[in-house]
Design a protein around this ligand. Sequence first.
Ligand SMILES: NC(=O)c1ccc[n+]([C@@H]2O[C@H](COP(=O)([O-])OP(=O)(O)OC[C@H]3O[C@@H](n4cnc5c(N)ncnc54)[C@H](OP(=O)(O)O)[C@@H]3O)[C@@H](O)[C@H]2O)c1
Length: 344
Amino acid sequence: MDSVNQKVGTPNLHAAVPYVASDKRYDEMVYRRCGRSGLLLPAISLGLWHNFGSVDCFENFEKIAFTAFDNGITHFDLANNYGPVYGSAEENFGKILKHGLGAYRDEMIITTKAGYDMWPGPYGEWGSRKYLMASLNQSLKRMGLDYVDIFYSHRPDPNTPLEETMGALADIVRQGKALYVGISNYDAKQTKEAVAILAEHKVPCLVHQARYSMMDRWTEPELLPLLKEKGVGMVAFSPLAQGLLTNRYLNGIPADSRAAKNFFLQKSSITPELVAKIQSLNDIAVKRGQTLAEMALAWLLKDERVTSVIVGASSANQLLDSLKALNNLQFSAEELNAIEKILK
Ligand SMILES: NC(=O)c1ccc[n+]([C@@H]2O[C@H](COP(=O)([O-])OP(=O)(O)OC[C@H]3O[C@@H](n4cnc5c(N)ncnc54)[C@H](OP(=O)(O)O)[C@@H]3O)[C@@H](O)[C@H]2O)c1
């Protein structure tokens, strides 16, 4: 944080000189085609799951968002329940858009999702048409937008026919409330079915958003080959394993870290064995002249099937560090073998 006067969750309206984007914003970023679509996404995207809620510091996250856009990150990933409190990341993003970022709306890909619990009662989660339609309407209102670029079914619903969920996504595109649709957290079998149903509706499945990092490789055996075959893009979430694949936990658990503050990353999961692995990975990164975060992102992006990695950041400096991954996406066979040995 830059100032002691920063207030949690509240914009500093007195500092409201509208944001003007850097004219160098497209100088460094690499854009990759999302599957067999017309859409290019930045190799590194910004996610607003953590650090953008009503409990967080407005000036800090506004700076992260502006730093992102100034460096060619055109893709901002949200969901209905990002916060805390639920909905507050979308509300805050709406405020950031009003502070000047919105002038660049046509240069931006803004996404949201529905699937996890959002409001009480039987229509506030999962995959019914009722929930998806209502949730997207709420998200648009919170962000002050007429449409999002990508709307996702955030998770498969075992109790709703997939035809209903995919039918709702197709209708959302027809209504003009989303330009594209995607799915998230669907396994390979569910993905195959979802892609086929959307194709029947003549609304392609643009993208699958899946957890993927050096620490979590469930997508590799089936999902990634399927997405390639079907021409669906793949964006990787939690590419830094929520901060484990960075220098954050090399020497203990910092008080301001996700593991210290948040139950999504349990302190108890950071065992001495895990720290030893992270240290060994860090040694390889140092030899490559990278931070561990840079190397972890480069390791994902060496695979051309990965359209983009969606990083989180608790400061603009972290994001600037992560962006440097793009300076070296090449790995020697020796480096790859050494990494595999550590990850085993
Ligand atoms: N579809 C889904 O179900 C789903 C699920 C999860 C996430 N996502 C998306 O993916 C996005 C990213 O997820 P994530 O936040 O878990 O991603 P991540 O990039 O794996 O982790 C981000 C955290 O790593 C640390 N960090 C980031 N860059 C760093 C750097 N250069 N050096 C040191 N530490 C660094 C920060 O931790 P500290 O906060 O400790 O500083 C930051 O909050 C989310 O915002 C969301 O958009 C989607």
